[in-house]
Design a protein around this ligand. Structure first.
Ligand code: ZN
Length: 391
């Protein structure tokens, strides 16, 4: 994780925050820091057959140190495989239960012979720090859009490298854009990271107007948006609007209290307007949490599609403001201002903006009620603003 955050700093000026082991964060305590140098299994002939040095998926993540020689029967209690996909290595963790173990392909597991095996996990589990990365890209307003992604999975591409890469390049993309909102990017270890961040930032979360948890954005499935707990937050409506227009097969799901860090942002004490964007949701593709979730599994066109959907959502959030009609007593005379010529086919859009711009309806409200495209409504409102008919 430390290396991951360092690499991200080559692309964006990420601040790396450290919170010491033992810090109380709501009902949780920042755990000990896990470091690992090496781990392997030697077969009865003394050959190394499973090696952490070859892939960091081979060790049960957070394994306590062990140096022992054990018979096959006992070893098997510490081995994890995927029988349905005999060539893949699973990704397993044991965060809150002290345990050690190895992950290997089921094919290799079936070939293990009776005998004594030497197992070594050269790890430490000691007081240290929880680390996360944070970057605030300031906008005109202090109101924020939160973008959060987990960074704790080793060597897995769709979940979670695609989330990390997308968040990083969104930050870069937005740097050169005019921004009404400020954008806060969080790169946190799953669950404990978002809980820790929320615990340390309780007083400033009120600034969060919209938020997205990003993960699993590069597989070939359709985009899937999971609504915030509120269910009708602006981000929920914008996501539905953008996704359904980009691809009618996009999936919109109701909130549920399981999943990724949206669980914490949407917990009832915060109830933040934070949804989750992915393609195929976690656990619904075979490669999930296994060695098969690698760079070959990620499709660059789909990853690009996810990126541009988010850009479109953010553009809508930026533009989704409320105008007020300055001439609400009967229709203003558009003809004498030359607006009948200028508007052409957009004349309906103008009339809708004038009719609904009472300070209550946003551009999205008007688009939904009129059935006219959001960007046409926005363009009409901007023309009316130029002619001082709305503010
Ligand atoms: Zn995961």
């Amino acid at each position: 994780m430390r290396r991951t955050l360092r690499i991200l700093r080559e692309h964006i000026p990420l601040e790396i925050k450290e919170v010491p082991t033992g810090t109380r964060v709501f009902d949780w305590i920042v755990p000990k820091e896990w470091n690992i140098r090496d781990a392997f299994i030697e077969d009865p002939q003394g050959r190394k057959i499973v090696e952490f040095a070859r892939s960091n998926l081979h060790v049960l993540n957070y394994s306590v140190p062990v140096k022992a020689t054990v018979p096959l029967e006992e070893l098997k209690r510490h081995l994890y495989t995927l029988p349905e996909h005999p060539d893949w290595v699973p990704y397993k963790t044991s965060y809150y239960q002290e345990n050690w173990g190895f992950c290997l392909s089921h094919r290799q597991f079936l070939a293990l012979e009776e005998g004594d095996y030497r197992v070594v996990v050269d790890s430490t589990l000691e007081d240290g720090h929880l680390r996360y990365g944070e970057y605030l890209l300031a906008g005109e307003s202090k109101e924020e859009v939160l973008v959060s992604t987990h960074v704790c999975h080793p060597s897995l591409a769709n979940d979670n490298l695609t989330g990390i890469a997308t968040a990083t390049f969104l930050a870069r993309y937005l740097t050169d854009r005019k921004r009404r909102f400020s954008y806060r990017f969080l790169f946190v270890p799953g669950t404990i990271g978002s809980i820790t961040w929320l615990s340390l930032n309780q007083r400033s979360v009120a600034r969060i107007r919209h938020g997205l948890v990003l993960t699993g954005l590069g597989d070939t499935g359709n985009l899937t948006y999971k609504k915030s707990r509120r269910g009708n937050a602006e981000i929920d409506r914008v996501a539905q609007y953008v996704l359904k227009r980009r691809d009618p097969k996009s999936d919109i799901r109701e909130f549920s209290p399981y999943g990724y860090d949206e669980r914490q942002y949407c917990s009832p004490g915060f109830d933040l307007p934070v949804g989750r964007l992915s393609r195929t949701p976690y656990g619904e593709y075979a490669e999930y949490h296994s060695s098969a979730d690698n760079l070959d599994f990620v499709n660059s066109d789909k990853l690009g599609d996810s990126f541009s959907a988010i850009v479109e959502m953010f553009e809508m959030l930026e533009r989704n403001v409320k105008y007020r009609n300055l001439n609400p007593m009967c229709e203003p005379q558009l003809g004498k201002r030359g607006l009948y010529d200028e508007i052409g086919p957009h004349q309906f859009a103008m009339l809708w903006v004038l009719s609904l711009s009472d300070g209550e309806h946003s551009i999205l409200d008007i688009a939904e009620q009129s059935g006219i495209d959001f960007h046409s409504i926005y363009a009409a409102a901007e023309i009316l603003k130029k002619f001082e008919l709305v503010v």
